[in-house]
Design a protein. Structure first.
Lengths: 495, 147, 127
């Protein structure tokens, strides 16, 4: 098993290695790029599965880069939350890349396909790195790689509105990175360490001596990561960026990129900062109200949209509110619901964006009012869209129901039943904007371009089918993933 | 620019600038500098050459293909050295533990893998600066006929 | 605390104080100016302020540059913040390069680099 002990580093480095090879393939060997990218992501997914099995069987372990022990070296700490996030990122990323291999030649200029794979592999490597790392400056470096790669896969399309959306995302992301770096500086100033475990040991003493530094660092962290994760008042870049990007990029951005920042914030809030801090400052209350506003306002904005991708983007604003609500309720069941919703929403939103992309690929229509009757002429994407819509609303037998169930349970256990009411109300709001599309798609007559769609290639139909099946599977038998999620949430609470 | 004095002086100066850049890159583990600053100096020397002569001359010296290969190989050297640490039995990016030769500190060939990694970073930064410069200037020369 | 004490405290921590002032100036420039290039300049000012803050953390009074000479034993300045901001400077340069190339392409598409003009040309649906 000697190769398996190096899997934490290999899962991050192999995509990086092949990301550097992709431009050479694009210039001289055009046909190799797609196959290599898919193979590399399959290797990362397999590596994450092996690490997940190892963590579930033997417990968390750590990996030291260069054999330098912490605090001198960078350490990768593989625990339940890390391997859960790595599984989600690589798994859903692989499925989206299969779809992208056929959709992208239709949306991009032909010589840019290899560069798209470079950016995609860099994005995957940085997200897995953010999940696994135990060093705060290493986290910052991966955050920066992720920011540039994410802006890159938006602006590669080259149309006017996606350039402007990518610029807006870049400026706000740089703002967030600046705040994050200043927070790292403040934490390093008072503790002298960069490793999460060492900072966690040094912080209670430092809080006694220098409380203002720690409070400023906490505020800057919240703003910095909040901008990148599109929490409510800081979400303004998200609708334009996710709606004007190519469809696989929208799926990756909405499903995976904003979630990994939530995972990073979860680690920092629960594992690094001491619990005594949260009795002194109302951080969790602030997060609670920001996420509630995100859920309600995001859904309300989604109701009035006419373009399908913009509606799905506003829906992402609402759904990231659920994840943060799970963090802020301070209850084990709510945290399980929040962490599970990361996985569920990645699958649901990816499936919805890929279905919308299939609609646009075959018919070229984006407006909701023109998409009537599409269920009769393109059954497979519409069935996938229906399963995704039902999962978003939270109908039983889909995985969305399981995560909302845990959130409501946590709200009631934590004696804050108001938020249980908010979650139920938001399910109603979700239904208001998702169900009319589904009803119109199946029960109306198609006209215009919708009546004769282009044929959908199998590489685009298979990911939709796989994701739809996975949504139903994890709704009927959630115990496949709940073992990992419950152990992660209990470890974060220190139980 | 078509000035005679600028061309004459830059033709003399560019080799010295490149030697200085290589000095900063190779002595990265002994004195301030390292991959990033040394690579920026080497890149700046090529930009000086392309600015004082015209773009066609600069493209003959460092063509697009060469810049692409250099850029990729810089990153590949770094990742390759790390994977070499795994192949030799210890963790990723291992240095002394994996058996790389460490001379006496203060010499040029001490510090094992650090010099190779610094060289890779220097090559990558230099070629990135050249590629960015060529992309921005070529767009201005050719106008916007293909976007 | 009296004014004299406040001024004395500020004089002792002057590096941090000016770094925070520069950070606020850069932050404000990024958010309020309409010209896209001024936003990028504001981002650079903000990043430079953070690097100044980082370097000021590492300074030890009476220390010299952290270059080892064999056999000599001096008090050295903390070298770790310098290594961290080297990475940070490269990240700031990459983001600046990418943003400037985006501005070039936006100018080709819209004909202007004023953010409000672009919003008006796009049809102005925000929030």
């Amino acid at each position: 098993m000697s190769a398996a002990t190096h899997l934490p580093a290999l899962v991050i480095v192999v995509p990086l290695f092949f990301a550097y090879l992709m431009p050479l393939f694009a210039r001289w060997r055009e046909g190799w790029s797609t196959v290599t990218a898919l193979g590399v992501l399959a290797f990362s997914f397999a590596g994450s599965l092996v690490m997940a099995w190892q963590v579930m069987a033997y417990g968390p372990f750590s990996y030291q880069m260069g054999n330098w022990p912490p605090p001198w070296g960078i350490e990768l700490y593989i625990d339940y939350l890390a391997v859960f996030a790595a599984l989600t990122m690589t798994g859903v990323g692989l499925i989206i890349l299969v779809y992208a291999s056929k959709d992208l030649p239709h949306e991009l200029k032909p010589h840019l396909l290899g560069w798209y794979y470079t950016l995609y592999l860099l994005l995957m490597a940085s997200m897995v790195g953010m999940a696994l790392t135990n060093d705060i400056f290493n986290l910052f470096v991966f955050v920066e790689i992720c920011a540039i790669a994410a802006c890159g896969i938006i602006s590669i399309k080259g149309s006017g509105e996606c350039l402007e959306a990518a610029f807006k995302y870049l400026v706000l992301s740089a703002l967030g990175s600046g705040c994050l770096l200043l927070a790292i500086a403040l934490i390093y100033m008072v503790t002298g360490h960069l490793n999460f475990t060492f900072i966690a040991q040094a912080l209670p003493e430092a809080m006694r001596l220098y409380p203002n530094n720690i409070l400023a660092a906490l505020a800057l962290l919240l703003v910095g990561i909040g901008v990148k994760a599109a929490l409510f008042p800081l979400h303004v870049w998200l609708p334009d960026a996710h709606s004007s990007a190519p469809s696989p990029s929208s799926a990756v951005l909405s499903g995976l990129v904003i979630k990994i920042y939530a995972v990073a914030l979860l680690r920092l809030l629960y594992q690094v900062f001491p619990a005594s801090l949260f009795e002194v400052t109302p951080v969790m209350t602030i997060l609670l109200w920001m996420s509630t506003l995100a859920i309600v306002v995001g859904s309300m904005f989604a109701i009035v949209q006419e373009d399908i991708k913009k509606m799905l983007a506003y829906s992402s604003v609402a759904q990231i509110g659920y994840v943060f609500l799970g963090f802020a309720l301070l209850d084990v069941s709510a945290l399980m619901g929040g962490i599970l919703h990361i996985f569920n929403h990645a699958m649901m939103k990816a499936m919805l964006f890929l279905a919308a992309g299939a609609f646009i690929y075959s018919t070229g229509v984006r407006k909701l009012s023109d998409l009537v009757g599409i269920g009769r002429t393109m059954p497979i994407p519409t069935i996938a869209f229906t399963i995704g819509a039902m999962a978003m609303v939270g109908i039983p037998l889909t995985n969305g129901f399981i995560s909302k169930w845990y959130l409501v349970l946590g709200a009631i256990h934590g004696e804050q039943p108001f938020f249980a009411g908010v979650i139920l109300l938001s399910s109603l709001l979700n239904g208001i904007y998702y169900l009319p599309i589904v009803v119109n798609a199946f029960f109306s007559e198609p006209h215009g371009a919708v009546a004769e769609p282009k044929r959908l290639p199998p590489q685009m139909q298979v990911p939709l089918a796989v994701l739809g099946f996975a949504c139903l599977l994890f709704g009927v038998a959630p115990s496949l993933i709940m073992g990992l999620v419950s152990r992660a949430s209990q470890a974060l609470f220190g139980l | 620019m078509e000035d005679l004095i600028v061309r004459y002086i830059s033709r003399i100066i560019v080799p010295f600038v490149q030697i200085y850049g290589l000095y900063v890159v190779f002595h990265g583990h002994l004195s301030p500098g390292g991959g990033f600053s040394g690579g920026a100096i080497i890149g700046a020397s090529m930009i000086l050459y392309a600015l004082s002569f015209n773009l066609a001359e600069g493209s003959k010296r460092v063509s697009h293909d060469l810049a692409l290969i250099l850029e990729s190989s810089g990153g590949l050297i770094y990742a390759g050295v790390g994977l070499l640490g795994i192949l030799l039995g210890s963790n990723f990016l291992a240095n002394r533990i994996a058996g790389f030769p460490m001379g006496t500190p203060g010499n040029l060939f001490s510090s094992g893998t650090i010099m190779i990694v610094t060289l890779g970073v220097g090559i990558k930064v230099a070629s990135t600066m050249i590629t960015l410069f060529y992309s921005l200037i070529e767009r201005e020369h050719n106008g916007d006929d293909h976007h | 605390m009296t004014i004299i004490e406040i001024l004395l405290r500020l004089h002792q921590n002057s590096y941090y104080f000016f770094a925070i002032i520069l950070f606020i100036i850069g932050f404000h420039t990024m958010l309020t100016h309409n010209n896209l290039i001024k936003k990028i300049i504001g981002m650079n000012i903000m990043d430079t302020a953070i690097f100044l803050f980082f370097v000021a953390i590492g300074y030890i009074r009476g220390g010299r540059a952290p270059i080892l000479e064999p056999g000599a034993d001096h008090l050295y300045v903390n070298p770790l913040p310098s290594a961290l901001i080297l990475t940070g400077i490269v990240v700031a340069v990459s983001i600046t390069a990418y943003a400037l190339s985006l501005i070039v392409k936006i100018y080709q598409h819209y004909g202007t680099i004023d953010a409000e003009e672009i919003m008006r040309l796009r049809g102005g649906e925000t929030l």
